[in-house]
Unconditional design. Structure first.
Length: 620
Protein backbone atom coordinates (compact mmCIF):
# COMPACT_ATOMS: atom_id res chain seq x y z
CA UNK A 1 0.00 0.00 0.00
CA UNK A 2 1.59 3.27 -1.12
CA UNK A 3 1.75 6.62 0.59
CA UNK A 4 -1.30 8.14 -1.15
CA UNK A 5 -3.46 5.42 0.39
CA UNK A 6 -1.97 6.09 3.80
CA UNK A 7 -2.62 9.82 3.70
CA UNK A 8 -6.16 9.32 2.39
CA UNK A 9 -6.99 7.09 5.33
CA UNK A 10 -5.31 9.53 7.74
CA UNK A 11 -7.41 12.43 6.42
CA UNK A 12 -10.65 10.44 6.76
CA UNK A 13 -9.95 9.50 10.38
CA UNK A 14 -8.73 12.96 11.28
CA UNK A 15 -11.80 14.54 9.72
CA UNK A 16 -14.10 12.33 11.75
CA UNK A 17 -12.23 13.27 14.90
CA UNK A 18 -12.30 17.02 14.30
CA UNK A 19 -15.97 17.32 13.39
CA UNK A 20 -17.49 14.77 15.75
CA UNK A 21 -19.40 16.19 18.69
CA UNK A 22 -17.51 16.68 21.94
CA UNK A 23 -18.25 14.00 24.49
CA UNK A 24 -17.32 13.54 28.13
CA UNK A 25 -14.21 11.43 28.80
CA UNK A 26 -11.28 11.17 31.18
CA UNK A 27 -8.50 10.28 28.79
CA UNK A 28 -5.85 12.40 30.48
CA UNK A 29 -6.90 11.91 34.07
CA UNK A 30 -4.76 8.82 34.38
CA UNK A 31 -1.95 9.91 36.69
CA UNK A 32 -3.26 8.79 40.05
CA UNK A 33 -0.86 10.24 42.59
CA UNK A 34 -2.45 8.12 45.34
CA UNK A 35 -1.37 4.89 43.67
CA UNK A 36 -1.60 1.46 45.22
CA UNK A 37 1.52 -0.63 44.53
CA UNK A 38 2.03 -4.37 44.89
CA UNK A 39 5.37 -5.49 43.46
CA UNK A 40 7.73 -4.61 46.31
CA UNK A 41 5.74 -6.51 48.98
CA UNK A 42 3.01 -8.63 47.27
CA UNK A 43 0.55 -6.65 49.40
CA UNK A 44 -1.60 -3.79 48.15
CA UNK A 45 -0.04 -0.81 49.93
CA UNK A 46 -0.40 2.91 49.50
CA UNK A 47 2.55 4.32 47.65
CA UNK A 48 3.60 6.37 50.68
CA UNK A 49 3.97 3.13 52.68
CA UNK A 50 6.26 1.55 50.10
CA UNK A 51 10.01 1.73 50.63
CA UNK A 52 10.60 1.79 46.87
CA UNK A 53 9.76 4.16 44.03
CA UNK A 54 7.72 1.67 42.02
CA UNK A 55 6.91 2.62 38.42
CA UNK A 56 3.37 1.79 37.35
CA UNK A 57 2.23 1.68 33.73
CA UNK A 58 -1.57 1.81 33.69
CA UNK A 59 -4.10 0.46 31.19
CA UNK A 60 -4.73 4.03 30.02
CA UNK A 61 -1.05 4.59 29.26
CA UNK A 62 -0.88 1.31 27.37
CA UNK A 63 -3.94 2.35 25.37
CA UNK A 64 -2.34 5.67 24.41
CA UNK A 65 0.67 3.70 23.14
CA UNK A 66 -1.41 1.35 21.02
CA UNK A 67 0.65 -0.12 18.19
CA UNK A 68 3.92 0.07 20.11
CA UNK A 69 5.67 -2.95 21.57
CA UNK A 70 6.08 -3.62 25.29
CA UNK A 71 9.80 -2.93 24.94
CA UNK A 72 9.15 0.53 23.45
CA UNK A 73 6.81 1.47 26.30
CA UNK A 74 9.08 0.24 29.10
CA UNK A 75 12.08 1.94 27.50
CA UNK A 76 10.66 5.37 28.43
CA UNK A 77 11.00 4.68 32.16
CA UNK A 78 13.87 5.72 34.40
CA UNK A 79 16.84 3.43 34.95
CA UNK A 80 16.08 1.18 31.96
CA UNK A 81 17.60 0.99 28.49
CA UNK A 82 16.25 -1.57 25.99
CA UNK A 83 18.50 -1.67 22.95
CA UNK A 84 16.75 -2.74 19.78
CA UNK A 85 13.43 -1.15 20.78
CA UNK A 86 14.00 1.79 18.39
CA UNK A 87 14.89 -0.42 15.46
CA UNK A 88 13.08 -2.96 13.35
CA UNK A 89 10.42 -4.98 15.15
CA UNK A 90 12.05 -8.39 15.41
CA UNK A 91 15.52 -7.24 16.45
CA UNK A 92 16.94 -9.12 19.42
CA UNK A 93 16.38 -6.96 22.50
CA UNK A 94 18.82 -6.31 25.33
CA UNK A 95 17.42 -5.07 28.67
CA UNK A 96 19.88 -3.01 30.70
CA UNK A 97 18.54 -1.85 34.08
CA UNK A 98 20.72 0.13 36.47
CA UNK A 99 23.85 -0.68 34.51
CA UNK A 100 23.14 -4.41 34.51
CA UNK A 101 22.58 -7.04 31.85
CA UNK A 102 19.46 -8.78 30.58
CA UNK A 103 19.91 -11.88 32.74
CA UNK A 104 19.67 -9.61 35.82
CA UNK A 105 16.11 -8.53 34.98
CA UNK A 106 13.22 -10.82 35.91
CA UNK A 107 9.93 -10.85 33.99
CA UNK A 108 6.79 -12.00 35.81
CA UNK A 109 3.39 -12.57 34.19
CA UNK A 110 0.41 -12.94 36.55
CA UNK A 111 2.61 -14.00 39.43
CA UNK A 112 4.68 -16.55 37.47
CA UNK A 113 8.29 -15.95 36.42
CA UNK A 114 9.03 -16.51 32.73
CA UNK A 115 12.43 -17.34 31.20
CA UNK A 116 13.62 -19.50 28.35
CA UNK A 117 16.00 -22.19 29.69
CA UNK A 118 17.21 -23.03 26.18
CA UNK A 119 18.43 -19.52 25.38
CA UNK A 120 22.07 -18.54 25.71
CA UNK A 121 21.44 -16.13 28.60
CA UNK A 122 18.11 -17.51 29.87
CA UNK A 123 16.47 -14.13 29.32
CA UNK A 124 12.79 -13.89 28.47
CA UNK A 125 12.24 -12.73 24.92
CA UNK A 126 10.19 -9.51 25.10
CA UNK A 127 9.16 -10.04 21.48
CA UNK A 128 6.78 -12.73 22.77
CA UNK A 129 4.65 -10.18 24.63
CA UNK A 130 1.49 -8.61 23.23
CA UNK A 131 0.57 -5.20 24.78
CA UNK A 132 -3.13 -5.61 23.94
CA UNK A 133 -3.49 -8.37 26.56
CA UNK A 134 -1.86 -6.38 29.37
CA UNK A 135 -3.80 -4.55 32.11
CA UNK A 136 -0.85 -2.96 33.89
CA UNK A 137 2.92 -3.19 34.41
CA UNK A 138 4.78 -2.51 37.65
CA UNK A 139 8.54 -2.07 37.60
CA UNK A 140 10.52 -2.37 40.82
CA UNK A 141 14.24 -1.65 40.51
CA UNK A 142 17.03 -2.97 42.67
CA UNK A 143 17.78 -6.35 44.23
CA UNK A 144 14.51 -8.24 44.81
CA UNK A 145 15.54 -11.89 45.08
CA UNK A 146 14.00 -12.20 48.55
CA UNK A 147 10.50 -12.17 47.06
CA UNK A 148 11.20 -13.21 43.49
CA UNK A 149 14.27 -15.42 43.46
CA UNK A 150 16.93 -15.81 40.80
CA UNK A 151 17.60 -13.07 38.20
CA UNK A 152 15.83 -10.35 40.24
CA UNK A 153 19.05 -8.35 40.62
CA UNK A 154 18.48 -5.02 38.87
CA UNK A 155 14.74 -4.95 38.14
CA UNK A 156 11.51 -6.93 38.26
CA UNK A 157 8.97 -6.25 35.52
CA UNK A 158 5.65 -7.47 36.91
CA UNK A 159 3.00 -7.81 34.19
CA UNK A 160 -0.70 -8.25 34.96
CA UNK A 161 -2.92 -9.39 32.10
CA UNK A 162 -6.49 -8.26 31.55
CA UNK A 163 -9.13 -9.97 33.67
CA UNK A 164 -12.81 -10.67 33.06
CA UNK A 165 -15.43 -7.95 33.18
CA UNK A 166 -18.32 -8.23 35.65
CA UNK A 167 -20.71 -7.97 32.70
CA UNK A 168 -21.95 -11.13 30.98
CA UNK A 169 -20.06 -10.34 27.82
CA UNK A 170 -17.93 -7.45 26.65
CA UNK A 171 -15.59 -7.10 23.74
CA UNK A 172 -12.71 -4.94 22.60
CA UNK A 173 -11.23 -4.53 19.15
CA UNK A 174 -8.01 -2.67 18.34
CA UNK A 175 -6.49 -2.04 14.96
CA UNK A 176 -3.79 0.24 13.61
CA UNK A 177 -1.73 0.69 10.46
CA UNK A 178 1.34 2.76 9.77
CA UNK A 179 4.60 3.32 7.99
CA UNK A 180 7.83 1.51 8.81
CA UNK A 181 10.75 3.42 7.33
CA UNK A 182 14.22 4.73 8.05
CA UNK A 183 15.20 8.39 8.27
CA UNK A 184 17.02 8.06 4.96
CA UNK A 185 14.22 6.35 3.02
CA UNK A 186 10.98 8.26 3.68
CA UNK A 187 8.73 6.40 1.22
CA UNK A 188 5.53 6.43 3.36
CA UNK A 189 4.54 2.94 2.26
CA UNK A 190 2.46 1.01 4.75
CA UNK A 191 4.69 -1.48 6.52
CA UNK A 192 3.08 -1.93 9.94
CA UNK A 193 -0.22 -3.59 10.80
CA UNK A 194 -1.48 -4.47 14.28
CA UNK A 195 -4.79 -6.05 15.36
CA UNK A 196 -6.23 -7.41 18.60
CA UNK A 197 -9.61 -8.71 19.74
CA UNK A 198 -10.69 -9.59 23.28
CA UNK A 199 -13.94 -11.12 24.54
CA UNK A 200 -14.58 -11.66 28.25
CA UNK A 201 -17.25 -11.65 30.92
CA UNK A 202 -18.76 -13.26 34.00
CA UNK A 203 -21.65 -15.74 34.05
CA UNK A 204 -22.74 -16.15 37.65
CA UNK A 205 -19.60 -17.63 39.28
CA UNK A 206 -17.85 -18.47 36.04
CA UNK A 207 -15.35 -16.04 34.49
CA UNK A 208 -13.86 -16.24 31.03
CA UNK A 209 -11.53 -14.25 28.78
CA UNK A 210 -10.14 -15.01 25.35
CA UNK A 211 -8.03 -12.80 23.13
CA UNK A 212 -6.10 -12.90 19.90
CA UNK A 213 -3.54 -10.46 18.56
CA UNK A 214 -1.20 -10.20 15.62
CA UNK A 215 1.24 -7.69 14.23
CA UNK A 216 3.11 -7.56 10.95
CA UNK A 217 6.10 -5.41 10.05
CA UNK A 218 7.86 -5.03 6.71
CA UNK A 219 9.86 -2.41 4.86
CA UNK A 220 13.03 -2.38 6.96
CA UNK A 221 16.20 -4.40 6.73
CA UNK A 222 17.55 -5.80 9.98
CA UNK A 223 21.08 -4.76 9.09
CA UNK A 224 22.32 -1.64 7.36
CA UNK A 225 23.01 -2.81 3.82
CA UNK A 226 23.41 -0.99 0.48
CA UNK A 227 20.41 -2.84 -0.96
CA UNK A 228 18.24 -2.17 2.13
CA UNK A 229 16.22 -5.31 1.45
CA UNK A 230 13.23 -5.78 3.75
CA UNK A 231 13.14 -8.33 6.58
CA UNK A 232 9.62 -9.30 7.60
CA UNK A 233 8.44 -9.87 11.17
CA UNK A 234 5.05 -11.44 11.98
CA UNK A 235 3.61 -12.22 15.41
CA UNK A 236 0.53 -14.15 16.55
CA UNK A 237 -0.67 -14.65 20.12
CA UNK A 238 -3.73 -16.38 21.61
CA UNK A 239 -4.72 -16.40 25.29
CA UNK A 240 -7.49 -18.18 27.16
CA UNK A 241 -8.36 -17.74 30.84
CA UNK A 242 -11.18 -19.52 32.71
CA UNK A 243 -12.04 -18.98 36.36
CA UNK A 244 -14.58 -20.11 38.90
CA UNK A 245 -15.56 -18.43 42.19
CA UNK A 246 -16.52 -21.38 44.40
CA UNK A 247 -17.32 -19.05 47.28
CA UNK A 248 -16.47 -15.56 48.46
CA UNK A 249 -13.33 -17.08 50.02
CA UNK A 250 -12.11 -19.42 47.31
CA UNK A 251 -11.43 -18.90 43.61
CA UNK A 252 -9.42 -20.72 41.00
CA UNK A 253 -8.39 -19.95 37.43
CA UNK A 254 -6.61 -21.78 34.63
CA UNK A 255 -4.95 -20.18 31.63
CA UNK A 256 -3.28 -21.07 28.37
CA UNK A 257 -1.17 -19.19 25.86
CA UNK A 258 0.31 -19.84 22.46
CA UNK A 259 2.59 -17.26 20.85
CA UNK A 260 4.41 -17.61 17.54
CA UNK A 261 6.58 -15.21 15.65
CA UNK A 262 8.52 -15.44 12.42
CA UNK A 263 11.53 -13.19 11.96
CA UNK A 264 13.74 -12.62 8.93
CA UNK A 265 17.17 -11.38 9.86
CA UNK A 266 20.65 -10.75 8.47
CA UNK A 267 23.56 -13.10 9.18
CA UNK A 268 26.99 -13.02 7.53
CA UNK A 269 25.29 -13.11 4.14
CA UNK A 270 22.46 -10.59 4.25
CA UNK A 271 21.12 -11.77 0.87
CA UNK A 272 20.62 -15.35 2.09
CA UNK A 273 17.20 -16.56 3.34
CA UNK A 274 17.89 -16.05 7.05
CA UNK A 275 14.74 -16.97 8.98
CA UNK A 276 13.98 -17.65 12.62
CA UNK A 277 10.76 -19.02 14.05
CA UNK A 278 9.92 -19.08 17.76
CA UNK A 279 7.00 -20.60 19.60
CA UNK A 280 5.92 -20.39 23.23
CA UNK A 281 3.19 -22.53 24.78
CA UNK A 282 2.17 -21.85 28.38
CA UNK A 283 -0.45 -23.40 30.65
CA UNK A 284 -0.99 -22.63 34.29
CA UNK A 285 -3.21 -22.31 37.31
CA UNK A 286 -3.76 -19.69 39.99
CA UNK A 287 -5.89 -19.90 43.09
CA UNK A 288 -6.63 -17.91 46.22
CA UNK A 289 -8.12 -19.10 49.51
CA UNK A 290 -9.06 -16.36 51.96
CA UNK A 291 -9.46 -16.99 55.67
CA UNK A 292 -9.81 -14.44 58.45
CA UNK A 293 -6.93 -11.99 58.08
CA UNK A 294 -4.94 -14.23 55.78
CA UNK A 295 -4.94 -15.78 52.33
CA UNK A 296 -3.20 -18.73 50.67
CA UNK A 297 -2.00 -18.25 47.08
CA UNK A 298 -0.84 -20.69 44.42
CA UNK A 299 0.61 -19.67 41.06
CA UNK A 300 2.02 -22.38 38.81
CA UNK A 301 2.78 -22.76 35.11
CA UNK A 302 4.40 -25.03 32.56
CA UNK A 303 6.04 -23.42 29.52
CA UNK A 304 7.48 -24.97 26.39
CA UNK A 305 9.85 -22.99 24.12
CA UNK A 306 11.08 -23.90 20.65
CA UNK A 307 13.21 -21.83 18.28
CA UNK A 308 14.14 -22.85 14.73
CA UNK A 309 16.76 -20.98 12.72
CA UNK A 310 17.79 -21.37 9.10
CA UNK A 311 20.59 -19.18 7.78
CA UNK A 312 24.00 -19.18 6.14
CA UNK A 313 25.34 -21.27 9.04
CA UNK A 314 22.78 -24.03 8.49
CA UNK A 315 19.69 -25.13 10.37
CA UNK A 316 19.39 -25.34 14.15
CA UNK A 317 16.70 -25.96 16.75
CA UNK A 318 16.67 -25.16 20.46
CA UNK A 319 14.10 -26.61 22.83
CA UNK A 320 13.46 -25.77 26.45
CA UNK A 321 10.75 -26.14 29.04
CA UNK A 322 10.23 -25.26 32.66
CA UNK A 323 7.89 -25.75 35.56
CA UNK A 324 7.38 -22.92 38.02
CA UNK A 325 5.39 -23.10 41.26
CA UNK A 326 4.99 -20.35 43.84
CA UNK A 327 2.98 -21.17 46.97
CA UNK A 328 2.76 -18.51 49.68
CA UNK A 329 0.62 -17.47 52.62
CA UNK A 330 -0.18 -13.81 53.35
CA UNK A 331 -1.29 -12.82 56.84
CA UNK A 332 -2.02 -9.42 58.36
CA UNK A 333 -1.66 -8.77 62.09
CA UNK A 334 -3.81 -5.80 62.96
CA UNK A 335 -3.30 -3.10 60.36
CA UNK A 336 0.44 -2.82 60.83
CA UNK A 337 2.13 -6.17 60.21
CA UNK A 338 1.94 -7.84 56.78
CA UNK A 339 3.69 -11.20 56.59
CA UNK A 340 4.48 -13.68 53.82
CA UNK A 341 5.74 -17.25 54.10
CA UNK A 342 6.27 -19.14 50.87
CA UNK A 343 8.16 -21.64 48.80
CA UNK A 344 9.18 -21.27 45.15
CA UNK A 345 10.05 -24.28 42.96
CA UNK A 346 11.58 -24.23 39.48
CA UNK A 347 12.59 -27.01 37.14
CA UNK A 348 14.45 -25.97 33.96
CA UNK A 349 15.19 -28.36 31.12
CA UNK A 350 16.81 -27.94 27.70
CA UNK A 351 18.10 -30.14 24.91
CA UNK A 352 21.79 -29.88 23.98
CA UNK A 353 23.78 -32.94 22.93
CA UNK A 354 21.54 -34.63 25.47
CA UNK A 355 18.91 -33.45 27.93
CA UNK A 356 20.08 -31.17 30.74
CA UNK A 357 18.12 -29.88 33.71
CA UNK A 358 18.33 -28.43 37.20
CA UNK A 359 15.89 -27.86 40.05
CA UNK A 360 15.55 -24.94 42.46
CA UNK A 361 13.59 -25.04 45.73
CA UNK A 362 13.49 -21.75 47.65
CA UNK A 363 11.68 -21.18 50.96
CA UNK A 364 11.29 -17.46 51.74
CA UNK A 365 9.77 -15.09 54.28
CA UNK A 366 9.02 -11.38 54.22
CA UNK A 367 7.44 -8.91 56.63
CA UNK A 368 6.17 -5.36 56.13
CA UNK A 369 5.58 -3.08 59.12
CA UNK A 370 3.45 0.03 58.64
CA UNK A 371 3.44 2.11 61.80
CA UNK A 372 1.03 4.85 62.82
CA UNK A 373 3.89 7.32 63.39
CA UNK A 374 5.53 7.27 59.93
CA UNK A 375 7.97 4.34 60.05
CA UNK A 376 7.68 1.62 57.41
CA UNK A 377 9.90 -1.45 57.22
CA UNK A 378 10.13 -4.14 54.55
CA UNK A 379 12.50 -7.01 55.41
CA UNK A 380 12.94 -10.64 54.49
CA UNK A 381 15.15 -13.52 53.48
CA UNK A 382 15.29 -16.46 51.07
CA UNK A 383 17.27 -19.70 51.14
CA UNK A 384 18.07 -20.75 47.60
CA UNK A 385 18.64 -24.49 47.21
CA UNK A 386 19.99 -25.44 43.79
CA UNK A 387 20.43 -29.04 42.63
CA UNK A 388 23.91 -28.24 41.27
CA UNK A 389 25.68 -25.89 43.70
CA UNK A 390 23.72 -26.31 46.95
CA UNK A 391 22.52 -23.44 49.16
CA UNK A 392 22.72 -19.67 48.90
CA UNK A 393 21.13 -17.08 51.23
CA UNK A 394 19.83 -13.64 50.22
CA UNK A 395 18.06 -10.97 52.26
CA UNK A 396 16.77 -7.41 52.20
CA UNK A 397 16.18 -4.56 54.66
CA UNK A 398 14.16 -1.63 53.35
CA UNK A 399 13.15 1.07 55.88
CA UNK A 400 11.36 4.29 55.04
CA UNK A 401 9.91 7.15 57.06
CA UNK A 402 6.99 9.35 56.06
CA UNK A 403 6.53 12.91 57.30
CA UNK A 404 2.94 14.01 56.64
CA UNK A 405 2.41 17.50 55.27
CA UNK A 406 -0.73 19.54 54.88
CA UNK A 407 -1.56 18.21 51.43
CA UNK A 408 0.85 15.33 50.98
CA UNK A 409 3.98 13.81 52.47
CA UNK A 410 7.75 13.67 52.45
CA UNK A 411 9.23 10.16 52.42
CA UNK A 412 12.83 9.19 53.17
CA UNK A 413 13.79 5.70 52.05
CA UNK A 414 16.76 3.38 52.11
CA UNK A 415 17.52 -0.19 51.21
CA UNK A 416 20.21 -2.84 51.53
CA UNK A 417 19.49 -6.00 49.55
CA UNK A 418 21.29 -8.96 48.06
CA UNK A 419 20.31 -11.06 45.06
CA UNK A 420 21.62 -13.92 42.96
CA UNK A 421 21.63 -15.20 39.39
CA UNK A 422 21.87 -18.94 38.88
CA UNK A 423 24.13 -20.17 36.06
CA UNK A 424 21.91 -21.21 33.20
CA UNK A 425 21.79 -24.60 31.51
CA UNK A 426 24.04 -23.50 28.65
CA UNK A 427 26.72 -22.30 31.07
CA UNK A 428 26.45 -25.48 33.15
CA UNK A 429 25.99 -28.18 30.51
CA UNK A 430 26.32 -26.59 27.07
CA UNK A 431 28.26 -28.43 24.39
CA UNK A 432 30.72 -25.54 24.14
CA UNK A 433 32.18 -24.24 27.38
CA UNK A 434 29.83 -25.90 29.87
CA UNK A 435 31.06 -25.99 33.46
CA UNK A 436 28.94 -27.83 36.09
CA UNK A 437 31.09 -26.37 38.93
CA UNK A 438 29.85 -22.79 38.50
CA UNK A 439 28.63 -20.79 41.49
CA UNK A 440 25.76 -18.26 41.30
CA UNK A 441 26.44 -14.62 40.52
CA UNK A 442 25.98 -12.38 43.56
CA UNK A 443 24.62 -8.83 43.61
CA UNK A 444 24.44 -6.30 46.43
CA UNK A 445 22.45 -3.07 46.09
CA UNK A 446 22.34 -0.04 48.40
CA UNK A 447 19.70 2.63 47.83
CA UNK A 448 18.83 5.94 49.42
CA UNK A 449 16.27 8.45 48.32
CA UNK A 450 13.52 10.96 48.81
CA UNK A 451 9.94 11.17 47.58
CA UNK A 452 7.77 14.28 47.96
CA UNK A 453 4.08 14.58 47.23
CA UNK A 454 2.44 18.01 47.23
CA UNK A 455 -1.36 17.71 47.14
CA UNK A 456 -2.68 15.86 44.08
CA UNK A 457 -0.71 17.99 41.64
CA UNK A 458 2.94 17.15 42.12
CA UNK A 459 5.05 14.13 43.05
CA UNK A 460 8.82 14.15 42.88
CA UNK A 461 11.34 11.43 43.76
CA UNK A 462 15.06 10.90 43.55
CA UNK A 463 17.02 7.74 44.36
CA UNK A 464 20.74 7.00 44.51
CA UNK A 465 21.81 3.40 43.95
CA UNK A 466 25.10 1.55 44.28
CA UNK A 467 25.36 -2.01 43.02
CA UNK A 468 28.18 -4.54 43.27
CA UNK A 469 28.51 -7.77 41.26
CA UNK A 470 30.63 -10.73 42.33
CA UNK A 471 31.16 -14.15 40.76
CA UNK A 472 30.04 -12.80 37.39
CA UNK A 473 29.98 -15.64 34.89
CA UNK A 474 32.32 -15.15 31.94
CA UNK A 475 34.86 -17.19 29.97
CA UNK A 476 38.49 -18.18 30.23
CA UNK A 477 40.97 -18.32 27.34
CA UNK A 478 39.54 -21.68 26.29
CA UNK A 479 35.97 -20.24 26.22
CA UNK A 480 34.95 -22.34 29.20
CA UNK A 481 32.38 -20.74 31.52
CA UNK A 482 33.96 -19.57 34.79
CA UNK A 483 33.20 -17.26 37.71
CA UNK A 484 35.32 -14.17 37.10
CA UNK A 485 37.52 -12.84 39.90
CA UNK A 486 36.96 -9.20 38.91
CA UNK A 487 34.05 -7.35 40.47
CA UNK A 488 31.72 -4.94 38.68
CA UNK A 489 30.33 -1.79 40.28
CA UNK A 490 27.45 0.31 39.00
CA UNK A 491 25.98 3.41 40.60
CA UNK A 492 23.76 6.26 39.60
CA UNK A 493 20.83 8.53 40.26
CA UNK A 494 17.21 8.27 39.13
CA UNK A 495 14.88 11.28 39.20
CA UNK A 496 11.15 11.16 38.46
CA UNK A 497 8.44 13.82 38.54
CA UNK A 498 4.70 14.00 37.82
CA UNK A 499 3.10 17.45 37.71
CA UNK A 500 -0.59 18.25 37.13
CA UNK A 501 -0.69 22.07 37.05
CA UNK A 502 -4.30 22.18 35.79
CA UNK A 503 -6.98 19.57 35.21
CA UNK A 504 -6.34 19.31 31.48
CA UNK A 505 -2.52 19.28 31.56
CA UNK A 506 -0.04 16.73 32.88
CA UNK A 507 3.74 16.63 32.75
CA UNK A 508 5.76 13.46 33.37
CA UNK A 509 9.56 13.53 33.40
CA UNK A 510 12.47 11.31 34.40
CA UNK A 511 16.26 11.41 34.27
CA UNK A 512 18.85 8.68 34.88
CA UNK A 513 22.59 8.89 35.42
CA UNK A 514 24.40 5.54 35.29
CA UNK A 515 28.06 4.66 35.64
CA UNK A 516 29.39 1.10 35.35
CA UNK A 517 32.99 0.12 36.15
CA UNK A 518 34.76 -3.22 35.81
CA UNK A 519 34.12 -3.96 32.14
CA UNK A 520 33.45 -2.13 28.88
CA UNK A 521 29.83 -1.24 29.81
CA UNK A 522 28.58 -1.39 26.22
CA UNK A 523 25.13 -0.04 25.28
CA UNK A 524 24.57 1.65 28.65
CA UNK A 525 24.05 5.43 28.29
CA UNK A 526 25.59 7.57 31.00
CA UNK A 527 22.71 10.05 30.74
CA UNK A 528 19.12 9.38 29.73
CA UNK A 529 15.99 11.54 30.03
CA UNK A 530 12.31 11.41 29.05
CA UNK A 531 9.67 14.13 29.06
CA UNK A 532 5.97 13.71 28.31
CA UNK A 533 3.43 16.56 28.15
CA UNK A 534 -0.23 15.70 27.77
CA UNK A 535 -3.06 18.15 27.16
CA UNK A 536 -6.82 17.62 26.93
CA UNK A 537 -8.49 19.78 24.30
CA UNK A 538 -12.16 20.11 25.07
CA UNK A 539 -13.74 16.99 26.46
CA UNK A 540 -12.94 14.41 23.81
CA UNK A 541 -9.54 15.14 22.28
CA UNK A 542 -6.14 14.83 23.88
CA UNK A 543 -2.60 15.49 22.75
CA UNK A 544 0.64 14.02 24.03
CA UNK A 545 4.11 15.24 23.08
CA UNK A 546 7.12 13.23 24.25
CA UNK A 547 10.84 13.87 24.15
CA UNK A 548 13.46 11.16 24.73
CA UNK A 549 17.18 11.80 25.09
CA UNK A 550 19.73 8.97 25.03
CA UNK A 551 23.28 9.98 25.86
CA UNK A 552 26.63 8.78 24.64
CA UNK A 553 27.55 5.14 25.16
CA UNK A 554 29.82 2.47 23.69
CA UNK A 555 29.05 -0.47 21.44
CA UNK A 556 31.30 -3.23 20.10
CA UNK A 557 32.09 -3.23 16.40
CA UNK A 558 32.42 -6.96 15.74
CA UNK A 559 34.10 -6.38 12.39
CA UNK A 560 37.14 -5.04 14.25
CA UNK A 561 36.36 -6.25 17.81
CA UNK A 562 36.84 -2.75 19.17
CA UNK A 563 34.52 -0.63 21.32
CA UNK A 564 33.23 2.41 19.47
CA UNK A 565 31.60 5.50 21.04
CA UNK A 566 28.06 6.22 19.81
CA UNK A 567 26.65 9.73 19.56
CA UNK A 568 23.78 10.91 21.74
CA UNK A 569 20.40 11.33 20.05
CA UNK A 570 16.97 12.82 20.75
CA UNK A 571 13.56 11.64 19.58
CA UNK A 572 10.29 13.60 19.57
CA UNK A 573 6.92 11.83 19.28
CA UNK A 574 3.34 13.12 19.00
CA UNK A 575 0.03 11.43 19.83
CA UNK A 576 -3.47 12.76 19.07
CA UNK A 577 -6.50 10.82 20.26
CA UNK A 578 -10.20 11.58 19.88
CA UNK A 579 -13.14 9.80 21.46
CA UNK A 580 -15.97 9.59 18.94
CA UNK A 581 -18.35 7.70 21.22
CA UNK A 582 -17.95 7.97 25.01
CA UNK A 583 -16.26 4.87 26.40
CA UNK A 584 -16.85 3.12 23.09
CA UNK A 585 -14.84 4.32 20.13
CA UNK A 586 -11.50 6.10 20.13
CA UNK A 587 -9.36 6.96 17.09
CA UNK A 588 -5.76 8.15 17.15
CA UNK A 589 -2.82 9.35 15.09
CA UNK A 590 0.70 8.68 16.34
CA UNK A 591 3.82 10.27 14.87
CA UNK A 592 7.23 9.07 16.08
CA UNK A 593 10.62 10.66 15.52
CA UNK A 594 8.87 13.60 13.91
CA UNK A 595 12.17 15.44 13.42
CA UNK A 596 13.42 12.43 11.42
CA UNK A 597 16.69 12.15 13.33
CA UNK A 598 19.25 9.65 12.06
CA UNK A 599 21.01 7.72 14.83
CA UNK A 600 22.74 4.46 15.65
CA UNK A 601 21.37 2.25 18.40
CA UNK A 602 23.38 -0.92 17.69
CA UNK A 603 26.32 -0.85 15.29
CA UNK A 604 25.31 -2.28 11.93
CA UNK A 605 21.56 -2.38 12.66
CA UNK A 606 18.74 -0.29 11.24
CA UNK A 607 16.81 2.32 13.22
CA UNK A 608 13.44 3.90 12.46
CA UNK A 609 13.06 7.42 11.14
CA UNK A 610 9.89 9.51 10.99
CA UNK A 611 6.85 7.21 11.02
CA UNK A 612 3.10 7.64 11.31
CA UNK A 613 0.42 5.33 12.68
CA UNK A 614 -3.36 5.64 12.73
CA UNK A 615 -5.82 3.37 14.44
CA UNK A 616 -8.93 2.82 16.50
CA UNK A 617 -9.99 1.20 19.78
CA UNK A 618 -13.58 -0.07 19.93
CA UNK A 619 -15.33 -1.31 23.08
CA UNK A 620 -18.49 -3.38 22.63
Amino acid sequence: MKKNHFWLLAVVLAGKGLFAQNVQQDSLKVHQLDEVVVSDSKFELKRENSGKTVIKITAQELERNQGKTVAEIINTKSGIEITGSRGRDGDVLGVYARGGRGRQVLIIIDGVRVSDPSSFSQEYDLRLLSPSNIESIEIIKGAASTLYGTNAATAVINITTKKSSKEKIVGNFQTSIGTNQTAEDQNYDLGSISNAVNVNGTLNKFKYAVDFSNRYKSGLSAAVTPENEEDIFSHYSTNLRLGYQFSKDFEIAVFGNQTKFSNEYDASNADAPNLGKSEQQRAGISSKLTYGKGSLHLNAAYTDYETNSKDTYGESTTEGKNWVLDLYNKYTLGKQWHTILGVNCINDEAVFVENAQFTIVDPYANVVYVSNFGLNLNAGGRLNHHSEYGNHLVYNVNPSFVFPTRDGYVKLLGSYATSYITPNLTQLFGAFGGNPDLEPEENRTIEGGLEVKLSNKLRFSTVYFDRNEKNTIGYDINYTSINLADEINANGVEVEAIWLPITSLNVNANYTFTERKGDNAIRIPRHKANLSVGYELGQATDFSLTYAYTGKRFDTDFSTFTDVPLDAFSLVNLYIGHELIPNRLNIFINAENILNEEFTEIIGYTTRGRNFRIGMNLNL
